[in-house]
Design a protein around this ligand. Structure first.
Ligand SMILES: Nc1ncnc2c1ncn2[C@@H]1O[C@H](COP(=O)(O)OP(=O)(O)OP(=O)(O)O)[C@@H](O)[C@H]1O
Length: 345
């Protein structure tokens, strides 16, 4: 099969809220606006941004848990909107999710073994022997002892529960796992174990990850590429190392400046920008970041900046740092495609 594993084109989601007198006056939350990216097999694309910027809505759109207002999601060049019911089931097998809170996403009445094998049994009947063998194999894959298959979620630690959530996601042999804040609820040492587990599984099984997080330390550890979102839009998409070494969008710069620095030799960026994230119901005109941006010029207040490719292959939406030319606008969509997974050797 050719082309990227996953391609997202101009994805948009507006949630209607309340009712106006006239249909066209119903206010909407502009949760996701014109988002495009692609993911290659075996790659980790991280999506970062402040709370409410639309990260989880992107995940829900990819899983087709909510319908988009506009745009397309293509898996191996097939538009998922056109899939029939049985094709959608097959698509859902390819894309699995690991959630932030492993406890609330695991059925407390089922044993670990039942939780892991349940997704497979939605598709095929298993004998008791097959079920036990599958549960034992998946538990071992995530670094747990097969005996744990008889335990209930309440009898496991937070880290074990998250491993169980990962084992369940692996059961259907997906091509992509979407991990939405998958390590945020865990202690730092357990976080590191889970991140290393995900990276090992990726190497062994070639799984792609879409890793959603607000924690830049985690993103720097696990990401190949990073998409930075602000108020529903991607404002910068770059190779992970390049992004952290030299953020280009002023918002990316501010996010990195605000993050705790684990490495004392790293030079800190200037102080982060002040102010609240504006409302996605009535976002600022032009560049939504302009009210908080120290570099804003008149053009930023009126024109939404397009994503423009710059020299090192990243794309940036900023009139000041990456001003658009006709040529750059034409090549911007191509630049949201990944160059393939980088090697971690
Ligand atoms: N079902 C819904 N109806 C209306 N608005 C919604 C709905 N779901 C999300 N939103 C709004 O859409 C915007 C984006 O929400 P989303 O959960 O995608 O953000 P996020 O970046 O994942 O945030 P967090 O990091 O806090 O989880 C927010 O303003 C949120 O309030």
């Amino acid at each position: 099969m050719s082309g990227p594993l996953l391609k997202v084109e101009n994805l948009t989601k507006h949630y209607p809220i309340g009712a106006g007198f006239l249909k066209n006056t119903i206010p909407v939350v502009r949760a996701v606006e014109d988002v495009s990216f692609s993911v290659e097999a075996g790659e980790t694309l991280c999506i970062v941004g402040e709370s409410g910027c639309g990260k989880s809505t992107v995940a829900r759109l990819l899983m087709r848990l909510v319908e988009p207002t506009g745009g397309r999601v293509l898996i191996y060049e097939t538009d998922i909107a056109g899939l029939k019911k049985h094709e959608l089931r097959a698509y859902r097998r390819q894309m699995q999710m690991v959630f932030q809170d492993p406890y609330s996403s695991l059925n407390p009445r089922l044993t670990a073994g039942q939780i892991i094998t349940e997704p497979v049994e939605n598709f095929e009947r298993l004998t008791r022997k097959q079920r036990n063998a599958l549960a034992a194999d998946l538990l071992q894959k995530v670094g747990m002892s097969p005996e744990m298959m008889h335990r209930l979620p309440s009898e496991l630690s937070g880290g074990q529960r998250q491993r169980l959530g990962i084992a369940r996601a692996l059961a259907l042999k997906p091509s992509i796992i979407i991990a939405d804040e998958a390590v945020s609820a865990l202690d730092v040492s357990v976080q590191a174990q889970i991140l290393n587990l995900l990276m090992d599984l990726q190497q062994q099984m070639g799984i792609a990850f879409i890793f959603i997080s607000h924690d830049l330390g985690v993103v720097e550890h696990i990401g190949h590429r990073v998409a930075v979102m602000y108020l529903g839009r991607i404002v910068e998409l770059a190779q992970c190392e390049a992004l952290f070494a030299k953020p280009v969008h002023p918002y990316t710069e501010a996010l990195i400046a605000a993050a705790p620095v684990a490495d004392p030799t790293r030079v800190r960026l200037p102080a982060p920008v002040e102010g609240e994230v504006p409302s996605p119901i009535n976002p600022p005109s032009g560049c939504a970041f302009h009210p908080r941006c120290p570099l804003a010029v008149d053009r930023c207040r009126v024109e939404v900046p397009p994503l423009v490719p710059i020299a090192d292959g990243r794309v940036v939406a900023c009139h000041v740092r990456a001003p658009a030319t006709k040529v750059s606008e034409d090549s911007a969509v191509a630049a949201t495609d990944g160059p393939g997974a980088k090697s971690r050797a």
